[in-house]
Design a protein. Structure first.
Length: 111
């Protein structure tokens, strides 16, 4: 009886240990898009904050109109550039998500 119990415990432990190897392969989205995404989002927020700070400085008269007119296009161009980058990253992420969903649907049909 003790031997049967030991054999049963070993078989259960082996089944639990090796069951992940028997499952179907899952497709996960892994890549640098998320880290790029986080970086671009942060930089874009900083650029937009710089624009808002410029406006606040102009309203509080810490900045002259000439300085504001000189600095604003630079910050605005940076914000536009980062918005375009963010849109491109979002498009890549959406395409990757679509591919993962298609692969997942195909693997469900097979099994």
């Amino acid at each position: 009886m003790d031997i049967a119990l030991v054999v049963l415990v070993v078989l259960v432990a082996a089944a639990i240990t090796f069951s992940p190897l028997l499952r179907r392969r899952r497709v996960w989205f892994v890549g640098d898009f998320e880290s790029d995404y986080t970086l671009v989002v942060r930089q874009r927020e900083e650029a937009l904050r710089a624009l808002k700070d410029l406006e606040e400085d102009l309203l509080s008269r810490k900045l002259t109109q000439a300085d504001y007119d000189r600095l604003r296009p630079m910050h605005l161009d940076r914000a536009k550039e980062l918005t375009l980058k963010l849109d491109a990253i979002n498009a890549k992420m959406e395409e990757a998500r679509r591919r993962v969903e298609q692969q997942l649907a195909a693997s469900r049909k097979q099994g």
